[in-house]
Design a protein around this ligand. Structure first.
Ligand code: FES
Length: 93
């Protein structure tokens, strides 16, 4: 079950569905992948070579801590990628 972490009174785009590691997740047009994942309670995006957990840090495209695979294209910044209906996201956590 997806947690409801969005502020209900905020206007947002049309509801769409993306999949994250094969699981359907609700998103809204205009959101970044990072925003949609955070709203779904998904914070762990990848691990370092030594196994340390990593998630979004800066939220503005500078730190590259939020790398995920988007539609089979690796190393995309979740905070700089806008969701699209049917988008397939794979985290590496
Ligand atoms: S969170 Fe820093 S580049 Fe995405």
């Amino acid at each position: 079950m997806t947690p409801q972490l969005r502020i209900p009174s905020t206007a947002r785009g049309k509801q769409i569905t993306i999949t994250v590691n094969g699981i359907p997740v609700t998103a809204h047009e205009g959101e970044t992948v990072h925003a949609a994942l955070t709203a779904a309670g998904i914070y762990l995006l990848r691990q370092t070579l030594s196994g340390e957990a990593r998630g979004a840090f800066c939220g503005m495209g500078l730190c590259y801590e939020c790398l995920v695979t988007v539609n089979h294209i690796p190393d995309q910044r979740a905070c700089m990628t806008v969701v699209q209906d049917g988008m397939k996201i794979r985290t590496h956590g």
